[in-house]
Design a protein around this ligand. Structure first.
Ligand code: SF4
Length: 428
C-alpha cells in the first residue's frame, strides 16, 4: 500500500464509518434475520459458457452435474431461510451471475420454489448474456414473473469484443436488445463497457448511439474494473493493462451524458441513464437484502455476510447449515455509511429519505457533515432544498473513487473468498 493511501484510507474510513481500524470478517454463523426494512432478495447463478478474462464476478464453466447440485442446494438454502423471512413484502428479486439463463429451465424451477417458500415479490430483475436469451427463454422468463432485463451488450465492435475475450460478435448484443424490447418487459437496460484497452472515443460514441437507438429504457456503462484477482489481472498485473487516458475516459462519459440527455434519458446514477417513468434497474441499492447462491452477500441490519464462493463447497454444506464464509456484525453507523454510499451513487442524498430509514431525529449534517462539506467546497456536491446532489464533475470523480473503493475493499474480500472456500479471516 502506498504511503498516501495508508494515510487517507483510514481517514476517509473514519469519516464515513466512524472507525479507523480495519474490518474483520470471519466464518461465524450470523444471527438469523428478523424484521427487515424494505428487504430485497438476490440470487446468484455462478455459471457461464465462456469465462471472460477480465470478469471480476464469481463464475465457473457450466457443467450439467454441478448445476444440478447447485439447483438442489439453492432450494435448500431458501428453505432454511423461509421460517425467518417468508411472507415479508419483498420489494424485489435481483438475479445476477454468471449467466443466469445458462440453464433457464433450472432457473425457472428455482424461481417457482422461491415464490412458494417466500411469497410474492413486486419486481424480478435479471442480468442476461446476449448469447443466452432466445425467444423461448424470454417467454419463459416473462411467464415466471420476470419484469426487468439487463443485457450485457458490452460493445458492438467485433474487434473490441475479441480483444476483451467475449464469445460473440458485435451483432449479437443489438439483436438480443431488439428482441427484448419487442417483448414488452417493464424495462430493458443495456450494459456497455468503456475505458477498454485500445478503445477510442469514436468507437465508444458508435456503441452508445447504436444501443440508445434500439429504444432501451436504461443505459448503464461500466469501466473495466481493475481487480487484481481476475484472470486478466493475475496474468498481466492489472495496473499494467493499457487503458485510454483519463481525458479520453472523461470525454466518453461527457458524450454519453449529452447524447442520452438529447434522446430523453437523463442521468439517474453515476453510471446510468434512464427514460423518465421507467423504474430503475439496480442491483444492490436496497437497504436490507438476503442473498442466495455461492458468493451471494446479505445485509440484515445486524450482520453483513457472504456465502462461500466455491460451488461444490456451497452444495456440500447445504442443507446442514448456511454456507456463510465471512461475516461481520454491523452497527447503526455502518448501516448509515452503507446507505450514504449508495445514495451518492444515485446522485441524490435526501434528508427525508435518511430520516425515513434511520428515524425522525437522524440528521445527515450531524452524521456526515465533516465529509459532505469539503466535497461541497470542492464542487463535487451541491446543496438542494432537501439535502445534497452530486454535480457533473462530482459524478466523474465518484466513478474514480468507486474504482479505488473496489480495490480497497471488494478486492480483499472477493480475492480471499476466491482463493479458498472458507478463509480463516478477511481484513478489510
Ligand atoms: S463477464 Fe459475464 S459472461 Fe463473461 S465470465 Fe463474467 S459473468 Fe460470465
Amino acid at each position: 500500500m502506498s504511503i498516501v493511501k495508508a494515510i487517507w484510507k483510514p481517514m476517509v474510513q473514519r469519516a464515513v464509518t466512524g472507525r479507523a481500524r480495519r474490518f474483520r470478517m470471519r466464518r461465524v454463523q450470523p444471527e438469523w434475520p428478523g424484521a427487515l426494512r424494505s428487504p430485497g432478495l438476490y440470487l446468484h447463478v455462478p455459471f457461464c459458457k465462456n469465462l471472460c478474462p477480465y470478469c471480476p464476478y464469481n463464475r465457473v464453466e457450466y457443467d450439467e452435474g454441478l448445476f444440478a447440485a447447485y439447483e438442489r442446494a439453492v432450494k435448500q438454502e431458501i428453505d432454511l431461510y423461509a421460517p425467518y423471512i417468508g411472507g415479508q413484502p419483498f420489494t424485489s428479486l435481483y438475479i445476477g451471475g454468471g449467466t443466469p439463463t445458462v440453464n433457464w429451465p433450472g432457473l425457472v424451477s428455482i424461481l417457482k420454489h422461491l415464490r412458494e417458500r417466500l411469497g410474492p415479490m413486486d419486481d424480478i430483475c435479471i442480468e442476461l448474456h446476449p448469447g443466452n436469451m432466445d425467444a423461448e427463454c424470454l417467454s419463459a422468463l416473462r411467464e415466471a414473473g420476470v419484469t426487468r432485463l439487463s443485457i450485457g451488450v458490452e460493445s458492438t465492435s467485433d474487434a473490441i469484443l475479441e480483444r476483451i475475450g467475449r464469445s460473440h460478435d458485435g451483432r449479437v448484443g443489438p439483436a438480443a436488445v431488439s428482441r427484448a424490447v419487442a417483448m414488452g418487459f417493464a424495462s430493458v437496460n443495456a450494459d456497455l463497457m468503456f475505458a477498454l484497452p485500445g478503445q477510442t472515443l469514436a468507437e465508444w460514441q458508435a456503441d452508445v448511439e447504436a444501443v440508445v437507438g434500439l429504444g432501451v429504457d436504461q443505459l448503464s456503462t461500466y469501466p473495466m474494473f481493475s481487480f487484481p484477482y481476475s484472470d486478466l489481472g493475475a496474468a498481466q498485473g492489472i495496473r499494467q493493462v493499457a487503458r485510454p487516458a483519463h481525458r479520453t475516459v472523461k470525454a466518453m462519459l461527457d458524450f454519453t451524458d449529452e447524447h442520452c440527455d438529447e434522446k430523453g434519458l437523463p442521468r439517474c446514477a453515476v453510471w446510468s441513464w434512464l427514460r423518465p417513468g421507467r423504474g430503475k434497474f439496480s442491483s444492490i441499492t436496497r437497504h436490507h437484502y438476503i442473498g442466495f447462491g455461492p458468493s451471494a452477500a446479505s445485509m440484515t441490519g445486524t450482520d453483513f455476510y457472504v456465502n462461500t464462493f466455491d460451488v461444490r463447497a456451497y452444495a456440500d454444506t447445504l442443507p446442514a447449515e448456511r454456507p456463510v464464509a465471512a461475516s461481520m456484525p454491523v452497527n447503526r453507523r455502518i448501516e448509515m455509511a452503507y446507505w450514504l454510499y449508495w445514495r451518492v451513487y444515485e446522485l441524490e442524498i435526501s434528508q427525508a429519505r435518511f430520516r425515513d430509514v434511520f428515524g425522525p431525529d437522524a440528521s445527515l449534517d450531524a452524521e456526515f457533515g465533516l465529509l459532505l462539506r469539503p466535497l461541497m467546497l470542492a464542487g463535487l456536491l451541491e446543496r438542494t432544498q432537501g439535502g445534497y446532489r452530486v454535480t457533473k464533475p462530482g459524478a466523474y470523480w465518484i466513478h474514480r473513487l468507486q474504482n479505488e473503493y473496489s480495490l480497497s475493499y471488494i478486492n480483499h474480500l472477493w480475492g480471499a473468498c476466491r482463493r479458498e472456500p472458507w478463509p480463516e479471516e478477511v481484513r478489510l
